[in-house]
Design a protein around this ligand. Structure first.
Ligand code: PMP
Length: 412
């Protein structure tokens, strides 16, 4: 991400770009601490979607008329922007999907299913989201392959040596979150990719929670697949991407069949388009990708360096505030983290606290966060999670901490 390097981050000004942040909830100003679930959208995104429907709504890659050309250009420019944003060597390596879930399922069904055999293994980690577990289990069921799990420490960090040791010849694919949606941990993906590559094992990285916070550079990460989702990146829901090396995509058969993904269809056989269009059957979420393009432009304007410094300060503040509270248990205290903090309060159920906080205008998530195995590791059914973005403020953290201190007494 490029942008206004060196300039101080003006959060008050940035918040003006997000209309929803100005609303009240239960009569209180909203504190939105659920951005890991889905992020709020800047006006630039909302207006881009609005403009698409008002001014150039048409289907892509089908019409020769002016509207069709404008819609296609806008949709395809999202691919260009994503390629640049992720540091992909080529735009042809970006498959537009409905999100991370579809991206990972595409790899599961198109890449893994035809390759895996009984006795093969897929390596994941304890901290994966269900989207990076269940598709592999479905492949395992059909092929007789097995899931293998690399452990994490009590601090919520991947134990890298154990991960590397687990990369045995039976492992045909490793799949790892770049950033944990529960713990905020940033995994050392480049190091993992080097180890996997040395052994000829492809590495898939689930980048859902990384792209909104850390600069992603696929040229230096060294993984083989990278999945991301647009709605956590301040873009519309139903958008996302799979990046994979060109030579890998070329070997992958289509997953969905239909319009847009063919070269020629005959009743005695069909030939398919080249990647990435081979994997994009049917009418896509055009408006969504127009919006995602606008989100990337917006992020470029802010600059990763400024965002990163502000987010680190927010994370430090939030962590300290929670540490200072008696009876609060934090989950995930990795050395390298994004501003996502999971915790529990002695004697209070996570859902009850989240409900009481909601009445204070504070949106946090409670539950298993689509990470049952991680909950099992920590021996808890659920946690509360405060997940922040660059539009959050220190004052909101103060309000959150004060509200938490107040509402917990109601449950004692
Ligand atoms: N992986 C991680 C780490 C996530 O946090 C999420 C969303 N919570 C997903 C995958 C799934 O993303 P989506 O629902 O947008 O496909």
């Amino acid at each position: 991400m490029t942008g206004q390097k060196g300039r101080a981050f003006d959060v008050a000004r940035v918040r003006e770009d997000f209309p929803l942040l100005a609303r009240t909830v239960h009569g209180k100003p909203l504190v939105y601490f659920d951005s890991a679930n889905t992020a709020q959208k800047p006006r630039a995104v909302i207006e881009a979607v609005d403009r698409y429907y008002r001014e150039f709504n048409a289907n892509v890659a089908r019409a020769v008329h002016q509207l069709g050309e404008e819609a296609t250009a806008a949709y395809e420019s999202a691919r260009d922007k994503l390629a640049r944003f992720l540091g992909a060597p080529s735009r042809e390596e970006i498959v537009l999907t409905s999100g991370t879930t579809q991206a990972i399922n595409l790899v599961a069904y198109s890449w893994a299913l035809p390759r895996l055999r009984a006795g093969d293994e897929i390596l994941v980690t304890t901290m994966e989201h269900h989207a990076n577990i269940v598709p592999w289990q479905l492949v395992c069921e059909r092929t007789g392959a097995r899931l293998k799990v690399a452990p994490i420490s009590e601090r919520g960090e991947l134990i890298v040596d154990r991960f590397v040791d687990a990369l045995t010849p039976s492992v045909k694919l490793a799949a790892v979150a770049h950033v944990s949606n529960v713990l905020g941990t940033i995994n050392p993906v480049a190091e993992l990719a080097r180890a996997a590559r040395k052994r000829g094992i492809p590495l898939l990285v689930d980048g859902s929670q990384a792209a909104p916070h850390v600069a992603v550079d696929l040229r230096t990460l060294g993984c083989d697949f990278y999945a991301m989702t647009g709605h956590k990146l301040f873009g519309p829901t139903g958008t996302g991407a799979l990046w994979a090396r060109r030579e890998i995509l070329r070997e992958m058969p289509p997953f969905f069949g239909g319009g847009e993904m063919i070269r020629e269809v005959r009743f005695d056989g069909t030939t398919f388009a080249d990647p990435p269009h081979r994997f994009e059957a049917g009418t896509p979420n055009i408006a969504g990708f127009v919006g995602l393009g606008a989100a990337i432009d917006y992020l470029d304007g802010l600059g990763h360096a400024a965002i990163g410094a502000h987010e680190q300060a927010l994370l430090d503040h939030l962590t300290e505030a929670l540490r200072a509270m008696p009876g609060v248990r934090l989950f995930g205290e990795a050395a390298h983290k994004v501003p996502v903090v999971s915790f529990l309060v002695d004697g209070a159920h996570a859902h009850d606290l989240a409900t009481l906080l909601d009445h204070e205008g504070i949106a946090v998530r409670s539950g298993h966060h689509c990470a049952h195995p991680l909950m099992q590791f920590f021996g808890v059914p659920a946690t509360l999670r405060a997940s922040l973005a660059f539009y959050n403020t220190h004052e909101e953290i103060e309000r959150f901490a004060a509200a938490l201190a107040r509402v917990r007494t109601l449950l004692a």
